[in-house]
Design a protein around this ligand. Structure first.
Ligand SMILES: NC(=O)c1ccc[n+]([C@@H]2O[C@H](COP(=O)([O-])OP(=O)(O)OC[C@H]3O[C@@H](n4cnc5c(N)ncnc54)[C@H](O)[C@@H]3O)[C@@H](O)[C@H]2O)c1
Ligand SMILES: O=c1ccn([C@@H]2O[C@H](COP(=O)(O)OP(=O)(O)O[C@H]3O[C@H](CO)[C@@H](O)[C@H](O)[C@H]3O)[C@@H](O)[C@H]2O)c(=O)[nH]1
Length: 436
């Protein structure tokens, strides 16, 4: 099938490459010339495991190409909208200007029978409005909403093998045709019995934001328990293991620490709250304000813990920060708790040297004033304290001997990911968020 993917960021570039990998003929379109140049050269514009390989194979097969020219979408039967929906400046609501612009620019290029498929995360009610815009096209075209649940770091795997497919389709006679086209797109996943839920626009939009709200709530729940654990001498990681054995609760997404960041959970819970208020249902989603507040307090506590460990004042103290990305296996630093803590410590007068296996270039772009080191050895040499803020596999595996160049023996575990006995046994002062 001929497919266009409009917006080639973390979501769209992976989606385009994976659709081509599945045998479709795909054109990826973006307004960012540099991104399109990189993708056209077969280079992934960000770090995502597995993406370079499928980009190379799909481009070599001739089934994948990239352009900034929207007219090249004209042959496609299905058009995925994968542009950004960031938080508006100074507000909680989502900025829908990119989605509106993308759909508007696509309209003159739609062919008869085309299906425009929303993938971006949007406030409930957006699809119904965009459906009217699509209906104004000079041809017979329809809109469907097909939210995406991929996780960065596992984006290729999640796109090729999603855990569920949700189709929000029109209530008109075009419904069956929209379902048939989406079934053709996802034939490989459907052949493996991937659950498929066909619903209306509003439910499809809400499935996405409520899933992220639930995940964020689960993380903030365990981080609230970490606050209580810290005050009472309990161990939040043991608590998570114990409650996680109850299958009704489950252990996943109960990792306490610095909390959630990234381009999705923080802005999605805020946009959901803002939408609730617009609907006159602010109280139904008011708890998300608390989820957000608990999450942001973790960053404050990490800065405070560093201050405490360094005798009450970080001024002039050397602090090594290991980890800048919002999570391991990604170079994404959007709303990254790690980068935020590093920056705040530097603002307080600490001499911060930060490192990350992949996220130095992305961090440098937003915080050129921070000092970066290419290796752990370089970052930790002469350090009074070492902070682990993103739980990359290589940081979890660190041994005290690897930090022999540090001046002090203070290690602060912002992700509750280190072996306490290994560090204390080697004479280090180990402190964390919620472990005694
Ligand atoms: N990143 C994820 O893991 C993920 C997962 C599921 C859903 N989402 C949702 O997908 C959407 C995209 O997220 P992202 O992380 O890929 O964002 P991103 O910022 O990485 O990518 C968005 C891309 O859209 C492009 N763009 C903007 N306006 C355009 C236009 N008019 N025409 C063509 N391209 C345009 C930008 O240049 C950019 O490359 C958001 O709504 C997000 O919430 C993201
Ligand atoms: O137990 C946990 C799990 C995650 N996190 C943090 O939560 C954030 C988000 O992690 P994760 O959800 O794995 O990453 P994303 O790639 O942002 O994926 C989320 O956001 C995407 C965009 O909407 C959705 O598609 C995914 O389903 C949803 O998991 C990161 O900062 C993690 O460090 C924790 O603090 N504790």
């Amino acid at each position: 099938m001929k497919i266009s993917v409009i917006g080639c960021g973390y979501l769209g570039a992976v989606h385009a490459a994976c659709m081509a990998e599945l045998g479709h003929d795909v054109v990826g379109i973006d307004v960012d010339q540099a991104k399109i140049d990189a993708l056209s050269a077969g280079t992934a514009p960000f770090f995502e495991p597995g993406l370079p390989e499928i980009l190379t194979s799909s481009m070599a097969s001739g089934r994948l190409r990239f352009t900034t020219d929207m007219a090249e979408a004209q042959d496609a039967q299905v058009h995925f909208i994968a542009v950004g929906t960031p938080q508006k400046k100074g507000e909680y609501a989502a900025d829908l200007s990119y989605v509106n612009a993308a759909v508007t620019a696509l309209l003159p290029h739609l062919r008869d029978g085309a299906l425009v498929v929303g993938k971006s995360t949007v406030p409930v009610g957006t699809a119904a409005r965009l459906a009217e815009l699509v209906a104004s096209a000079p041809v017979d075209a329809e809109l469907a909403w097909n939210p995406e649940f991929l996780r960065e770091g596992f984006a290729v795997q999640d796109t090729l093998g999603p855990d569920r497919l949700v189709y929000g389709v029109p209530a008109t006679e075009a419904r069956d045709r929209a379902i048939a086209l989406l079934d053709e797109v996802y034939a490989t996943a459907l052949a493996r019995d991937t659950p498929r839920l066909v619903t209306d626009y509003a439910t499809a939009e809400l499935v996405k934001v409520s899933a992220n709200a639930f995940l964020a709530t689960k993380i903030s729940f365990i981080n609230a328990m970490a606050e209580i654990a810290e005050a009472t001498g309990a161990d939040v990681t043991q608590l998570a293991d114990a409650i996680g054995h109850d299958v009704r609760i489950g252990r996943r997404f109960l990792n306490s620490g610095l909390g959630f960041g990234g381009g999705c959970l923080p802005k999605d819970i805020r946009a959901f709250r803002a939408r609730g208020e617009e609907l006159g249902l602010g109280s139904s989603l008011a708890f998300l304000g608390e989820v957000d507040a608990i999450n942001l307090r973790r960053r404050d506590r990490m800065v405070e813990l560093t201050r405490e460990a360094l005798g009450g004042d970080v001024t002039g103290k050397r602090v090594a920060v290991l980890g800048l990305a919002f999570k391991p296996d990604s170079d994404d630093v959007r709303d990254s708790p790690a980068l935020d803590v590093a920056r705040r410590l530097q603002d307080e007068g600490a001499i911060v040297l930060a490192t990350d296996p992949e996220a130095i270039p992305t961090s440098q772009r937003v915080h050129p004033e921070l000092h970066y080191a290419e290796t752990v050895a370089e970052a930790t040499t002469g350090a009074d304290a070492v902070l682990v803020l993103t739980e990359w596999k290589q940081y979890r595996a660190l041994e005290p001997a690897d930090l022999a160049g540090a001046a002090g023996t203070i290690i602060l575990d912002g992700r509750n990911c280190l072996d306490v006995d290994r560090w204390r046994g080697a004479g280090w002062t180990y402190r964390s968020l919620g472990r005694p």
